[in-house]
Design a binder for this molecule. Sequence first.
Ligand code: ZN
Length: 353
Amino acid sequence: MAKQGVQADPGRGAAGPLDFGLTIAALEFAARQHRDQRRKGADHAPYINHPIALLHLLWTVGGVRDSITLAAALLHDTVEDTPTTATDLVNRFGVEVAAVVAEVTDNKNFPKLKRKQIQIERAANLSDRAKLVKLADKICNIEDVTHAPPTTWPVERRRQYLDWAKAVVDALGPVNGPLGDRFERAYHTGLSLLDREPPSPTATQKLYVAAPLFSAAERAFNAKVASMLRDRGYQVFLPQDEAATLKDRGAIFRCCLSGLKESAAIVAILDGADADSGTCWECGYGYGAGIPVVAVRTDFRLSGDAGGFNAMLAGGASSVVVGTDRLEARLLGAIATALNTEATLPPPLRDGR
Ligand code: ZN
């Protein structure tokens, strides 16, 4: 055991005799304060498992033996997420523990996005103890988001969380070698697992397939595109299916218009000697409504007024995919870009090169 008053490795917190009583008291108090809470993850673990996980990491991976840091880790969410006040912590555990908890507590008066930004900005100026707690917290959280994510979090949100946690940890600077390594491993494992998941079929990710649908060949191709997109996890509005039973032209119009309004992006098939007039209307609607349009042309004939797309169609599209070579991968990439998410390529392309 290190001698009292002697500074240990700063990455392990200050040296001093381990105050086991303080750790147990903090655990008991945190368990009581979080007693009615569960983690957001699919396993709905008791909330206290989270502070215990921090303690476990700090002790076993980080080699941290500093009682103040360990107690603060156990208490780190009490002020933010329970009725506990900073004064409660001062009275029970002393000013040092309370100060570390205060450093890692978000100010809930700010909106969530702002709080996230503040965490990045303040990271570098945290005390060594607060940095240890913050690092352990981020490791535990990204491991949870990777292995037992909140059931309502789509892939994109989980990826954003990982990237934000990485930004915070990078801003902390060097804290503790083994914990830093553990974070890097957890982060990269999380990213590679998320990369294998298709985009989430959330309401904001409905795609509208705008296309000519007059010949059997056209309808077959549209259905193939829709099926490929559904395989990747997207919801798809395919007018030839959605409006199939409608006879009234006004009803067809309203049905397709409501499909457009619900869509996060439009995939417009612009094949033919010139683009289909209905598809052009849908492209224009998308542009005006701020819905990104991914234009696709597999037809090798020249088309439009300049031997390619009509200038208005090309100008209004967020991206243009021409030709059939690697069509699926390029289309998915263009959609992901339009939706501001990362591309999820089909496995053969990812593994094969
Ligand atoms: Zn936490």
